[in-house]
Write a protein that binds this ligand. Structure first.
Ligand SMILES: [Cu+2]
Length: 202
């Protein structure tokens, strides 16, 4: 994991007003209205992580966005079957099944101090089924800066029982590395629910 150089991070914070200004084209339709975006990306939220897919259904750990690229961002909860059924077929087919997602958890999240990861997951599915999705400068969680500064996308809710994907827009208006995070408490693994440096604007 590379860290955002401090100087660069500060410049992101300084430009926060501009970023927020371009992050607001939230739509509820599918596909969303407004001007044609340069590309579409799909972000599935699960307990406890994100799956980043392009329109071909290829999964990415990181997408590099040319400066000023406009992105149509389609978010969904991987447990929301109705929402997933409205995704392009290639994307729907690429959403990993629950067994695979559990294996990913085992690989990257420390086991709970008591009980099993599987039990923690079942409890989360029952008690905390919803997620959210925010895109913010990498390092945010550790620096605990003021809420709002430098965010590329303010949190959007991704409910378990959503009947549609949530379509919104982001723009790569500021250079930097951006992490996708869940800001809705979703059980044991919530602190690990990040896709670090998912978007890079060089
Ligand atoms: Cu969460």
């Amino acid at each position: 994991m590379t860290q955002v150089p401090r100087r660069q991070f500060l410049s992101i914070l300084a430009a926060s007003a501009g970023l927020i200004g371009t992050a607001g084209c939230v739509g509820t339709g599918f596909p969303g209205g407004g001007g044609a975006p340069d590309r579409s990306v799909y972000l599935g939220a699960y307990h406890w992580g994100f799956v980043l897919l392009d329109e071909d259904g290829t999964e990415h750990e990181q997408l590099v966005l040319d400066p000023d690229t406009s992105v149509r961002l389609v978010g969904f909860n991987t447990s929301a079957g109705d929402a997933i059924s409205q995704l392009p077929q290639a994307v729907e087919d690429a959403v990993p099944d629950h067994e695979e997602l559990e294996e990913r958890n085992e690989a990257r999240i420390p086991s709970p101090p008591s009980g099993s990861m599987h039990d923690a997951l079942e409890e989360a599915n029952e008690q905390y089924p919803n997620h959210s999705l925010a895109v913010m400068p990498s390092g945010w969680n550790h620096m605990r800066g003021p809420m709002g500064g430098g965010m590329m996308l303010h949190p959007i809710p991704l409910p378990r029982f959503a009947t549609q994907p949530t379509v919104t827009g982001i723009r790569a208006s500021q250079r930097g590395d951006y992490t996708v995070s869940c800001l809705e408490y979703c059980g044991y693994g919530h602190p690990y629910m990040e896709l670090e440096e998912a978007f890079v604007v060089p």
